[in-house]
Write a protein that binds this ligand. Structure first.
Ligand SMILES: [Zn+2]
Length: 114
């Protein structure tokens, strides 16, 4: 095996080209997307761990900015807009894209017999 092992040295990704780099890029983008969605949900519902999730979002964005500065520059404003749009309260739910609103509908009076 002559391939370098980027996982052992984070900065080694700076010199990796081709598919592996694209995969990392996509992984980081997905990671950022999922973390931000979870962070917004946790914040909206006052869940423990919201702050930790936002810190993870920040760390992922920092990594994207470091490794893929062009991508970061293109997208960071969209992320801010998307994150802001996700904000809601339990009283004003967003079941369309919030996993925590779904299991706790405000007036779930469904009385389905078994
Ligand atoms: Zn919600």
């Amino acid at each position: 095996m002559t391939a370098i092992q980027p996982s052992r040295k984070p900065n080694a990704w700076m010199y990796v080209e081709g598919p592996a780099r694209r995969v990392l890029h996509m992984k980081l983008l997905y990671r950022r997307q999922h973390l931000a969605a979870a962070a917004a949900e946790h914040t909206a519902h006052g869940q423990v761990g919201a702050e930790m999730l936002w810190r993870a979002v920040d760390a992922t964005e920092a990594r994207l900015r470091h490794l893929f500065p062009d991508s970061w520059a293109q997208q960071h404003e969209t992320w801010a807009t998307t994150d802001a749009a996700r904000m809601h309260t339990a009283a004003d739910p967003r079941p369309v894209d919030c996993h925590l609103c779904v299991p706790n509908p405000p007036e779930a009076t469904a009385s389905s017999g078994s």
